[in-house]
Ligand binder design. Structure first.
Ligand code: SF4
Length: 238
């Protein structure tokens, strides 16, 4: 997919999936905790984990979580999976935000994007994807976070030769205006959940299939398969 096709595709997806901002009403710290919970699980289970944590501590703040034993955090978030790994991460993050940032993630988000990204990634359990989600969704920074849906769709659209996180992010940021990155990030995720699923993407219903490399290749393969002579049958008739 070239740049023009990408822009055409994104205009269609943007109007098909109006922005639903899952962070509405959340503090920056809650967005950070929620993003850690979302690692290696579905959005539904992440939400259940977050709700479990909220009912356990009532208010998700660095103070409350730093004071809550790891085992209790693990029990509260078990719906989100990997609770034994995520609980110590969440508690360590809470402690770090309290000790180094006066209990305010916002102080990190006020820094220039690259510096803020480095500070977020210095927190336990925070990798590039988690940092970019927090930057974009909590801080309004012009990053393009790459989740599993976006990585898959970028491969199907051939946006980057390399598949590592930074190459895919660079490809999407190169072609997306900074003020569009959050909306397009959410639109591609919505497309991945709705039609462009990992297994059996629903290409026949897809409004952007005309520009999709994966679809065009699959059509070509299908075309070759139907025009190829059946060697076994033709051998018999000779
Ligand atoms: S045509 Fe199929 S593979 Fe391509 S974007 Fe649409 S659903 Fe995904």
């Amino acid at each position: 997919m070239d740049r023009r096709a990408f822009l055409r595709t994104m205009r269609i997806l943007e109007s098909r999936y109006p922005m639903k901002d899952w962070t509405t009403g959340m503090t920056a710290f809650e967005i950070l905790v929620s993003t850690v919970l979302s690692q290696s699980t579905t959005a539904t289970n992440e939400r259940r984990g977050l709700e479990g944590l909220r009912s356990r501590v009532r208010k998700i703040t660095p103070e409350r979580l730093a004071d809550t034993p790891e085992e209790e955090i693990a029990r509260a978030i078990w719906h989100a999976g990997l609770a034994r790994q995520k609980a110590p991460r969440i508690r360590a993050i809470a402690r770090e935000i309290l000790d180094h940032w006066d209990g305010e993630v916002e102080r990190i988000l006020m820094l220039p994007t690259e510096r803020a990204r480095a500070e977020l990634m210095a927190l336990r359990g925070v990798g590039p994807k988690t940092a970019d989600v927090v930057l974009a969704m909590a801080g309004g920074h012009p990053t393009f976070p790459i989740d599993t849906h976006i990585a898959r769709i970028a491969r199907r659209w051939n946006l980057s030769r390399r598949r590592d996180y930074e190459s895919v992010r660079a490809a999407l940021e190169r072609w997306t205006r900074p003020d569009k990155r959050k909306a397009w990030h959410l639109a591609i995720i919505a497309h991945g959940r709705t039609l462009c699923k990992a297994r059996n993407p629903r290409c026949s219903e897809c409004p952007v299939r005309k520009d999709c490399d994966w679809y065009r290749q699959s059509q070509r393969r299908r075309g070759r398969a139907t025009t190829m002579p059946n060697k076994r049958l033709s051998g018999k008739s000779e």
